[in-house]
Ligand binder design. Structure first.
Ligand code: NAD
Length: 344
């Protein structure tokens, strides 16, 4: 299935029911794939061109130095401007391969074949590529959208359950972003999303990033759940996975929205959300440990004009798309307390 995205959208998105090679580049290409995917890829008889590599990456190796040998090897082959780099892996890998493609010969095309639910719903689409620096995550990167993104649910069969559950929160976030409570209920009840859920989430993301590649306006709505989520993730010493922290941040954002005077979500829905998150409660850091991370958020407006610092807060509301407010980091304190209370 080829998604129906805005005409000028830079990435064609395909959803495959089973793994097959019809979407691979027609011209010269090489693959950078996650070792974890290799058996599945080879069993399906998918091609592996000369110069391809299987890699084992994580947040610690998501660094510029890891990319240099890839670039050196591509230049030595040599690969030319007409090459397409095919990235098959989770968000760490697609972020890194996208950046390597942006750097090689000042930019060659690439395809994203995301293999975790989180990267299928989020990281693979939108053009943000990056590596980490000592000072923080994703601090060196480029906007370089893939020419094609290929989403195949077969990859999810080998994904560890915790990774699958974590990725579901980015999908559930989309239902709250749209204020679609029936969709949120359905996603929470289903063990694995179906292709129509993925298609809908990707169409929403494409609509939001399309006119806003550099996150000046509507794209910020995708940060629903991320403001407190990032703080909880960092303050847990990264024991919380990204999606898990987003789930907790999402529930807190519902509380904050209500406090800010938006219509409340049905209490039964919030209770069900809390029930799905309850096992993560022991990892929720106390408010005092979260505040410094909130105050350091990259989405902060530092108050250069003498105004108090404020963070971008995306507030969900039932029946309507979420809305954006700038609030001081301290505004999250009550929502954080309500989050803890909802598990007691
Ligand atoms: N570019 C963006 O817009 C964007 C958006 C969100 C997140 N991100 C980035 O994405 C990264 C997180 O991505 P992630 O959650 O996909 O984690 P990940 O890439 O670290 O993958 C998680 C683990 O699953 C393994 N794996 C991947 N696919 C598998 C499969 N099908 N079967 C078995 N194992 C598999 C990986 O080897 C890894 O150990 C972060 O670095 C984050 O910064 C980027």
């Amino acid at each position: 299935m080829l998604l129906n995205l805005p005409e000028s959208f830079p990435t064609a998105v395909h959803i495959l029911e089973k793994l097959e090679g019809g979407c691979l580049p027609e011209g010269p290409w090489v693959l950078v794939g996650d070792e974890a995917i290799r058996p599945l890829w080879e069993r399906a008889g998918m091609p592996v061109p000369l110069g391809s590599r299987w890699v084992n990456l994580n947040e610690t190796t998501k660094r510029l130095d890891t990319l240099i040998p890839w670039l050196e090897a591509w230049a030595a082959l040599p690969l030319h401007r007409d090459v397409c780099i095919v990235a098959v892996g989770g968000g760490v890998l697609t972020d890194m391969v996208g950046l390597a493609a942006a750097l090689f010969l000042r930019g060659v095309t690439w395809q994203a074949w995301p293999t975790t639910l989180l990267s299928q719903v989020d990281a693979g689409l939108g053009g943000k590529t990056a590596v980490n620096l000592t000072a923080g995550k994703n601090l060196a990167g480029a906007f370089h959208p893939p020419e094609r993104m290929v989403v195949c649910s077969a990859f999810l069969d080998t994904l560890p359950v915790r990774q699958l559950q974590s990725g579901r929160w980015e999908l559930i976030k989309m239902a709250f972003l749209e204020g679609d409570t029936a969709w949120a209920e359905r996603l929470m009840a289903a063990p694995k999303p179906d292709s129509s859920d993925l298609a809908r989430a990707l169409e929403i993301k494409a609509e939001l990033v399309h006119h806003d590649l550099r996150e000046a306006g509507d794209r910020k709505l995708l940060n629903l759940g991320h403001t407190l989520g990032h703080a909880l993730e960092a303050a847990s010493g990264f024991r919380l996975l990204h999606g898990e922290a987003v789930g907790l941040g999402l529930l807190a954002a519902c509380f904050l929205a209500e406090e800010a005077g938006l219509p409340p979500f049905p209490p039964e829905l919030l209770q069900r959300l809390a029930n799905h998150l309850r096992h993560l409660a022991p990892e929720i850091a106390p408010w005092e440990a979260c505040l410094p991370w909130l105050a350091r958020d990259k989405k902060i407006d530092t108050g250069a004009n003498g105004t108090a610092p404020a963070v971008h807060c995306v507030l969900p509301q039932p029946g309507n798309r979420a809305t954006l407010r700038f609030l001081p980091p301290e505004a999250w304190s009550t929502a954080h307390a309500k989050l803890l209370n909802s598990f007691s």
